[in-house]
Ligand binder design. Structure first.
Ligand code: AMP
Ligand code: ZN
Length: 111
């Protein structure tokens, strides 16, 4: 997708160290961390919203969550973490390429 910053990161056009990568997803650090540890899990396929879900995308989202569960230790999230998916205007989504925030490394405040 043209002009999508996460598509550019996935393609390697914008350099961003990958903490994990496979054929369906990457994990990078958020450039403006909102917690001691703040990761972004980004599917390689571009779509913006959960409402655009189809069977193929559901498989990708399932894969992302299964992978997250195997990365907890490697990412330093053994103490727990928060999972956030911002959706659309009211959800505060600023990058319109679906991504899953993982926040942890400290006791997070209530929200
Ligand atoms: P959201 O507001 O849910 O769309 O989240 C977008 C996130 O992407 C924000 O937390 C930004 O700090 C982060 N972000 C934007 N550009 C980059 C980048 N080049 N590398 C890493 N994270 C980024
Ligand atoms: Zn994209």
């Amino acid at each position: 997708m043209e002009n999508c910053i996460f598509c550019k990161i996935v393609a390697g056009d914008i350099p961003s160290p990958r903490l994990y990568e496979d054929d369906k997803m990457i994990v990078i650090r958020d450039i403006e961390p909102k917690a001691k540890l703040h990761y972004l899990c980004i599917p390689k396929q571009h779509f913006a919203l959960l409402s655009e879900m189809d069977e193929g995308r559901a498989e990708i989202v399932k894969h992302v969550f299964q992978t997250i569960s195997t990365l907890e230790e490697q990412l330093g999230l053994q103490g727990g973490y928060r999972v956030i998916i911002n959706q659309g205007e009211d959800g505060g989504q600023t990058v319109h390429h679906l991504h899953i925030h993982l926040l942890g490394g400290e006791k997070l405040s209530d929200f």
